[in-house]
Design a protein around this ligand. Sequence first.
Ligand code: CA2
Length: 160
Amino acid sequence: MSGGRYARVVRRIGPTILLLNGPNLSALGTREPRIYGTTTLAEVVARCRGAAEAAGATLVDMQSNHEGALIDFLQQHAAADGAIINPGGLAHTSVVLRDAVAAFLSPVVEVHISDIAAREPFRHHSYLVDVTAHQVIGKGVAGYEEALAWLLTHLKERGT
Ligand code: CA2
């Protein structure tokens, strides 16, 4: 039955987006400003949370220096609608993080602040590249908000 005395109020609940940052990104904004800029990780997270909430989404963030903690977080939040991950140096080394991202059912966007293709050869390859839905690379910390915008548009197009 629709309408009438007992009509239910249907409230649409927006998507939940994970934001994961890997090893050493806790130091963002405090060292190596020529490569990574001067914005802190707390500022990045606040900007992304603001943009997510403005779009009716919820952002759940974490940073860890430990590979296993990133994997645990992905598994514990398997019901999330999407994820943004800057895996840090694990992008270039970690088969186990790749496996966890591949097993995550919702789309994942990989972010790198610096242009990894223009740096040392060992940074050129990411194990996540073919298990992520999209990559934002070399756009500075603005890349995180670009990744969020891409993900929200992608989810809307999919009807999530
Ligand atoms: O460009 C990126 O976002 C990286 O993921 C950052 C990693 C690096 O290993 C990747 O190749 C590319 C390094 C994260 C370290 O972050 C720091 C930030 C400020 C000061 C020191 C480290």
